[in-house]
Every structure is written in structure tokens, then in C-alpha cells.
Design a protein around this ligand. Structure first.
Ligand code: PKZ
Length: 184
């Protein structure tokens, strides 16, 4: 069904959050706890999705998160979140995390993840969200991959039958024909 809501761009939903890793955020090795980082990512992504849809949201799912580098006590964490695709009532948010040792002037990549949020009406029921119009090449790449990621997470969440996941099936068929695999 075509949406009657005015489209938004990924830039409209951009949220950049900065946090300082304090002793209470770390494990016994002096590294940021993964759960604390996921909590910050959830807040940044929720705010991005709220900017997109203009209403309260709930987290519906979180895709796999890998921790590429430990983040040290005293380092600064930069979390960048923006909507990568809007569906009917749900939005996929792409989050990338960079960390910084400000004294050594050293910046390193820490994480990347996708969170899904659902817009909620005053009765707590899912409500339609505006469509998303990607602008840059990177935003278009994320937008394209979002359909496959959605199908995979709905299958894993027991909300979709694998046989109905047309884009995912096409991806596996192309890989079995030795065609190149997209990044996302
Ligand atoms: C006082 C007020 C102040 C307000 C201003 C405050 C501002 C301050 C900012 C605070 C920022 C912090 C915000 C933190 C956000 C939380 O942490 S919320 C807490 C954790 N999350 C929850 O408790 C959610 C619990 N789950 C639910 O409520 C329901 O399962 C859901 C997610 C609403 C889905 O409901 P449902 O009945 O399954 O609905 P259904 O129609 O089947 O599906 C609706 C959509 O959900 C999607 N969906 C369902 N399951 C999944 C899944 N597993 N994976 C992906 N998508 C799914 C469907 O695909 C569908 O999407 P569309 O096709 O419509 O696009």
C-alpha cells in the first residue's frame, strides 16, 4: 500500500551521540561493557527513528552486534544513527560506532549494527511511518540491503516463513550461480 505521508531523507533522522567511558561503565579489564554500549546505541537509534516518524517508538529487534575493538576507560564514544529504510510501521536504523583516544589523537572503529523500531500510536498500537528517500550512494546501498535484512530478522523472529522471503531466496540463488554477493 502506497504511503500518503511525506517522505523523509536519512539526513533528517541523523543523531550523533557522544559519551565518555567512565569507571562505572567498564569491566575488570578497564574496557567498556558491551551491554552499556548497546544501551547507548538503543537510545541513539530510538531518537533517530522518532525524528523520522515524529511519534514514540519501541525497539522491535536488534541484529547481531560484533565488538571489533575494545573501548578503553577514558576514551570517547561517538554513536551515529540514522534511518536506513522505513517499511509500513517499522523502521530500520543503521548505527555506526567510533571511539577516540583524545589524548593520543587516535580514532578507531568499534561497532556497526541495525536496530528495528516500531512507531506507536496513543493506544500503544503500531502506526504508519513516512517513507524514506535515500540520497547518497551509501544511503542507497543500505536501503537496498534493508529488505533482505528485514526478511532474515522476521524469519528468525518467527514472523515470516522462509518460503515467503523472495529477496533472500534470490540472493542465495545468485550465490549458488557464483554471482557476486552484496555487502549487506
Ligand atoms: C510519556 C511518553 C513520552 C514519549 C516521548 C519519550 C521520548 C524519550 C525517548 C526514549 C527513547 C528510548 C526508547 C527505547 C525503546 C525501548 O527500549 S522499548 C522497550 C523494548 N521493546 C518493547 O517492549 C517492544 C515489545 N514488542 C511490541 O510491543 C510488539 O511486539 C511490536 C514490536 C510493537 C510489534 O507488534 P505486533 O503486534 O507484532 O505488530 P505487527 O502488526 O505484527 O508488526 C508491526 C511491525 O513490527 C514489525 N516487527 C514485528 N516483530 C518484529 C521483529 N522481531 N523484528 C523486526 N520487526 C518486527 C513488523 O514487521 C511490522 O512492521 P511493518 O511491516 O508494519 O513495517
Amino acid at each position: 500500500m502506497e504511503s500518503t505521508l511525506s517522505p523523509k531523507t536519512p539526513k533528517d533522522s541523523l543523531v550523533v551521540m557522544t559519551e565518555l567511558v567512565l569507571p562505572n561503565d567498564t569491566n575488570t579489564f578497564g574496557n567498556l561493557m558491551g551491554g552499556r554500549l548497546m544501551y547507548w546505541m538503543d537510545i541513539a537509534a530510538a531518537l533517530a527513528s522518532m525524528k523520522h516518524c515524529g511519534s514514540p517508538v519501541v525497539t522491535a529487534s536488534v541484529d547481531n552486534i560484533s565488538f571489533e575493538n575494545p573501548i578503553r576507560l577514558g576514551n570517547v564514544v561517538h554513536i551515529e544513527a540514522k534511518v536506513s529504510r522505513a517499511f509500513h510501521t517499522s523502521m530500520e536504523v543503521h548505527i555506526s560506532v567510533w571511539s577516540e583516544d583524545t589524548l593520543q589523537h587516535f580514532r578507531y572503529r568499534s561497532n556497526e549494527a541495525y536496530y528495528t523500531f516500531v512507531a506507536i500510536d496513543p493506544n500503544g498500537k503500531p502506526k504508519p511511518v513516512p517513507p524514506l528517500e535515500p540520497e547518497t550512494e551509501e544511503e542507497k546501498r543500505l536501503y537496498e540491503g534493508a529488505l533482505r535484512r528485514r526478511q532474515l530478522r522476521l524469519i528468525l523472529g518467527g514472523k515470516m516463513k522462509p518460503e515467503d522471503a523472495d529477496e533472500l531466496k534470490a540472493l542465495f540463488l545468485s550465490s549458488s550461480r557464483n554471482e557476486s554477493f552484496p555487502d549487506n
